[in-house]
Design a protein around this ligand. Sequence first.
Ligand code: EPU
Length: 432
Amino acid sequence: MSEAQENTQTASMPRILVRGGKPLYGEIKVMGAKNAALKLICASILSSEPVHLTNCPNKIRDLQSLIVLLETFGVSCKLDEDKAWLHAKNITNTRADYDLVRKMRSSILVLGPLLARCHEAQVSLPGGCAIGTRPVDFHIEGLKALGADITLEEGYIIAKAKGGLKGGKYIFPKISHTGTENVMMAATLAKGTTVLANCAREPEVEDLANLLNAMGAKITGAGTPQITIEGVEKLGAATHRVLPDRIETGTYAVAVAMTGGELRLKNARLDLWAAAASKLEKAGATIVEDGHDLIISRDPKTPLNCVDIMTEPFPAFPTDLQAQFMAMLTTSNGAGMVTETIFENRFMHVPELSRMGADITVQGNSALVRGVKELHGAEVMATDLRASVALVLAGLVATGETTVNRIYHLERGYIDICGKLAACGADIERVS
Ligand code: EPU
């Protein structure tokens, strides 16, 4: 596509217009976690009986893409409001095509369940993405440790387990969130016991283990570095409530810290993002727990202070809140250092924030952010989900109008962000 064609296409796509300067007051209901729901849906492949999810973020685009993929395997999927019914009575196809997988990297999470249940699977390699190369070698090596025979042919992972998977031991060379989940799901139906070490401790891993155990799996240690799975012959039906989305919670918390005001975040949990929450308090926001809600506030007359952040696996500061915090630092007092240790290319929001007047210097995997008096509205775009939302946050405090283009990235992981923020006083709209 020529540059001119690309510009015309961008201009005709939906975008978000934000006119900054309004404090936020009101309440926002936090959705069920995207990065839990996607795996819980994949887990339904493991059982011939129905799985029912509540508090499910059905409207995010990643979830809808995954449902389309599961339907190609013969899984019956019904979505209604925040409920999802999944029934993999018979699996009629074990191939995940490139066209569906390329839309959403987490499609790789069908590999473990398909292989465990059907003893074979062919899943397209997801390829690189905007935030880094993101290989899936740990997923493959982990499944090989369970006896799978895996080859790569013409861009596809061809996996076989004649007679079924067998329990084994695998030590992840580096902590991997979805790698842990893929191998843990596969091990539920393996013969014998599996021990996984150096596992991801993210709350979504634990949520997945809770669903699997409710289906009849025997998993202990999820949420710690070592997970033990005693294989069972088959899994049954279960109903499960998806845990709250800690990244959506953190995103709105940063929003109100930036604009000033007070937000009640309903159905939110502080323990899921404690490391980031303590940085937010250090910067000058107040966080109060009230039953199932969190109340986040900042007096608009009190300025925010810069803080240093470094992304690391859970329970440390999450990479998925790095861009939002960087947006906050751009107008805070002093200077803050942002260090990204999870993904090698997760600073794409920097040039866009700079176009709005931010003062940011990148050196390797660190960015020094010097707070400026104000940002000014501009036309911006981002190439990943969290970078896009950071630009919306910057627009909330910038003078004049900010246009955020290519919002399909944002809609992969947020539901009605404009409606939620506008209901709390923001001057924001989605235009087509
Ligand atoms: N890695 C490998 N080989 C592998 C797997 C991972 O080298 O086989 C590397 C990655 O390249 C990366 C590091 O290990 O440098 C950690 O990656 P991880 O596997 O933990 O990431 P992921 O599982 O692919 C999930 C979330 C991401 C989130 C990260 C980190 C889902 C669907 N995705 O990705 O969410 O940033 O964990 O917590 O759960 C998002 O929601 O915006 C998002 C990107």
